[in-house]
Design a protein around this ligand. Structure first.
Ligand code: FAQ
Length: 315
């Protein structure tokens, strides 16, 4: 069969909402786009453990510590499901991790900002997980089967993450003047970077058009960002806090909130590796990878020993 015919059949399957599975024929660019997005998503989960991991020993109570440990552990698990989904597209996990550690692969800009106070744990849960969920609910219906199935489970956990973040901020927002100030300060610092998580404006998004045609993405970056602004602009009122945007205003005609311009220079600078914590995050991952070498070696040695034993038994 000609490539054009295969492409036509492929697109018809996508249009009919039939999932694409690892052994199905797919255009090379579809494979590469999925591999890029899923592996970046996996890296984001794993690097995303660092800003919160930083607060586990300093959580203000045993309950908060237990919740935070569970959340960070979930993020490690999300990384693993996603690496497994990406592996089905033909790249080994070792290669993906090498690409992360060498700086070749991207991960979400959001994790290159520092966590300065306990309130940041609440702001990450509420804003960062809130942004992640909006994007990920859409990805539960993505066209590549292994990715969509991984997202279903991830979304269930993310919704707990977001609620615990909101609840942590709610407690602070009803606390002392100092706690209220901490809460507002964390919201002020995390608001704009959270909006950047959705990626560049649609007019600057190089991958969106094709990804939407292939139903890898179902909504554009700007559509998701607008839903996020509308959701958070409502929820912030429950906290009795404000968002740091003088242009935020309900637009009756559009039935959406208008909001100010994102600092795109800052976004691209962070994406290119020059954010406040990019170097620190990669250094932490490299150190963890080096220190974990003995675990990988021991697991390999055990697997080899077990395989040899089984072979001997079969002989
Ligand atoms: N940071 O053409 P587009 C989480 C890059 S998980 C860095 O619009 P696309 C859970 C983009 O890669 C958060 N780079 O790209 C958690 C592309 O460059 P490339 C991660 C970014 O793929 C919570 C270029 O800009 N979520 O938070 C960013 O169609 C709390 C042009 O952009 C996912 O990864 C960015 N923010 O749309 C964990 C979801 N935005 O690759 C711990 C899956 C864009 O061509 C604690 N990913 N770029 O060299 C997606 O949905 C999409 O990849 C987008 C970007 C929407 C992120």
């Amino acid at each position: 069969m000609q490539v054009q015919d295969l492409e036509k059949i492929f697109q018809e399957k996508v249009d009919q909402e039939i999932k694409i599975e690892p052994r199905d024929w797919m255009p090379e660019a579809y494979r590469k786009t999925n591999l890029r997005q899923i592996s970046q998503h996996a890296h984001s989960e794993v690097v995303g453990m660092l800003p919160e991991g930083n607060w586990i020993t300093r959580a203000p109570s045993l309950k908060r510590k237990a919740i935070l440990i569970a959340k960070v552990q979930d993020e490690g698990g999300h990384g693993l499901y996603l690496y497994s989904a990406a592996e089905t597209l033909g790249m080994s996990r070792e290669q993906m991790i090498d690409d992360l550690l060498s700086g070749k692969a991207k991960y979400s800009s959001i994790f290159n900002y520092p966590t300065l106070s306990w309130a940041d744990m609440g702001a990450i849960g509420w804003l960062v997980d809130g942004a992640a969920i909006l994007n990920q609910v859409m990805l539960c219906r993505t066209s590549y089967g292994p990715y969509s199935r991984a997202m279903v489970r991830i979304c269930k956990e993310e919704s707990f993450h977001q609620r615990q973040g909101f609840e942590a901020l709610l407690v602070l927002s009803r606390g002392t003047a100092e706690q209220k100030a901490m809460c507002q300060d964390a919201i002020n610092r995390w608001w704009w970077p959270s909006l950047m998580m959705f990626g560049p404006k649609d007019s600057e998004s190089t991958n969106s058009d094709q990804s939407i045609k292939w139903k890898i993405k179902r909504k554009t970056n700007d559509e998701l960002r607008q839903s996020f602004v509308d959701m958070i602009a409502f929820q912030v009122k429950v906290l009795g806090m404000t968002l740091p945007d003088p242009h935020l205003k309900w637009n009756e005609e559009r039935q959406h909130y208008d909001f100010g311009e994102i600092n795109w220079d800052e976004f691209w600078s962070v994406v290119k590796g020059n954010g406040p914590c990019n170097k620190q995050r990669l250094a932490a991952r490299r150190k963890a990878h080096e220190e974990g070498a003995w675990v990988r070696e021991a697991a390999m040695a055990y697997a080899e020993k077990k395989a040899a034993r089984e072979k001997q038994k079969a002989a």
